[in-house]
Write a protein that binds this ligand. Structure first.
Ligand SMILES: NC(=O)c1ccc[n+]([C@@H]2O[C@H](COP(=O)([O-])OP(=O)(O)OC[C@H]3O[C@@H](n4cnc5c(N)ncnc54)[C@H](OP(=O)(O)O)[C@@H]3O)[C@@H](O)[C@H]2O)c1
Length: 386
């Protein structure tokens, strides 16, 4: 194919960088990479006053980071209990209001914001109260919901218009596995009711990356970095989905700035990711080590009481009622600006962050498979499968 003059000029300019340093090939590239600063984030056209209900656990610190970089003014509201493990230094740059969504909203009274992000609610009453308190000044209320709102996970390609769970008793406030989806769906309704012309609902899938307190997706980078024989769940072709908290945060701020109202599934990556691609992709960011992967089928795992999702994290056997659980349609979000950073960055940053945590925290991971149990099940698998 003939290259145009513009392409030639671009290529020559890129090569010039390497030539002027006297370096060639990989060495030059490495040097360029090291000297390159993270791309600077352009400021938004209009500075908004954004209230984040929450702000300190996981997604919140990245919402703060991106909102400040875009030139917005940020207020956070929480009980002051949770300490962030990332971006702690940014707390000095935001207004911090203290209260409790259950029974103390005094700090919010009389406040004026252009937009609200509601991270901290899974209780309809909480969302109703804060939406009512802020609706006179705020033009937009973004509720952080969940893909768990969906009542039927059997379909491949579930989208925003598919049905949501209904609670038998809509007054219940106890959050359990059985009520969480229905409660989130009712919070969404409260948002739409109070903000008929300003509701944004974002439904994340599994949120992952540095700062995650659940240790679910984190299990894989940490496990793979340890090397040895790694047990992979199900078949290498089983699908998996997740969203980096930073991609989620940037998407949410973008939706607010652009006033892109409506409901969005927020999960990635762009096209299907298999468990093998996930695990082998993560391997690419660990040091050289002795490592191998053994895929153990779903029935064998279940016979040996290895639980999907909580032990074999980020994975659910794609069949029956859960056939579509890892194959949500994300096209509406992507059309509205949802973008995904490369898996390698998420994996590397997660590992780097994990290593900053105190040993007493990392010694007892909150999810993933216990190393002894993994060895035991692998031994049983080899015995029965030669
Ligand atoms: N993790 C996932 O994979 C996942 C997937 C789908 C959806 N989601 C949803 O994502 C949302 C975002 O969670 P996040 O942890 O990333 O948000 P975050 O804003 O970083 O942290 C949650 C905040 O809520 C505050 N909070 C908790 N209880 C409170 C109360 N009673 N009154 C006032 N503030 C309170 C916490 O601070 P204090 O403790 O100091 O009060 C903390 O600042 C949640 O709604 C969750 O349901 C999560």
């Amino acid at each position: 194919m003939k290259s145009t003059r513009r392409e030639f000029v671009r290529a020559a300019a890129a090569a010039g960088g390497a030539l002027s340093t006297g370096l060639l090939g990989g060495e030059a590239l490495a040097q360029e990479r090291v000297s390159k600063k993270a791309p600077s984030i352009p400021r938004a056209q209009e500075s908004l006053r954004i209230l984040i209900l929450g702000g300190t656990a996981f997604t919140g610190p990245f919402q703060i980071e991106y909102a400040l970089a875009r030139g917005h003014d940020v207020t956070i509201f929480n009980r002051g209990k949770t300490q962030p493990t990332v971006n702690q230094e940014l707390l000095a740059k935001v207004t911090q209001l203290v209260g409790d969504r259950d029974n103390d909203l005094a700090a919010l009274e009389g406040g004026e914001w252009d937009a609200v992000i509601d991270n901290s609610s899974s209780i309809p009453r909480w969302t109703r109260q804060t939406a009512e308190l802020t609706k006179n000044t705020a033009a937009v209320y973004l509720f952080t919901s969940s893909l768990s709102v969906h009542s039927d996970n059997s379909k491949i390609g579930i989208n925003e218009d598919d049905p949501v769970a209904q609670l038998e008793d809509p007054t219940v406030e106890e959050i359990t596995g059985a009520t969480y989806g229905g409660l989130k769906a009712l919070c969404e309704e409260e948002t739409r009711k109070a903000f008929p012309n300003g509701a944004i609902i974002v439904r994340p899938g599994l949120i992952v990356g540095p700062g995650d307190r659940s240790d679910r997706w984190t299990y894989w980078p940490v496990r793979i970095a340890r090397g040895g024989e790694v047990m992979g769940p199900g078949t290498p072709g089983d699908p998996t989905q997740h969203i980096d908290a930073r991609d989620l945060a940037e998407f949410q701020i973008h939706l607010i700035e652009q006033r892109k109202l409506g409901t969005y599934s927020a999960v990635g990556p762009l096209s299907e990711l298999t468990m093998a691609e996930l695990l082998y992709g993560i391997r690419a960011v660990t040091s050289n080590l002795e490592i191998s992967f053994t895929w153990v089928d779903a029935d064998f795992l279940s016979e040996h009481e290895v639980r999907a999702w909580s032990e074999m994290t980020s994975w659910v056997p794609p069949r029956g009622e859960m056939a579509g659980f890892s194959s949500f349609d994300n096209s509406r979000g992507v059309a509205a600006g949802l973008r995904f950073r490369p898996l390698a960055l998420t994996a590397k940053d997660t590992l780097d962050w994990w290593q900053t945590l105190p040993e007493e925290r990392t010694a007892e991971p909150r999810a993933g498979l216990d190393p002894e149990k993994e060895k035991r099940v692998l031994a049983a698998w080899h015995e029965s499968h030669g």
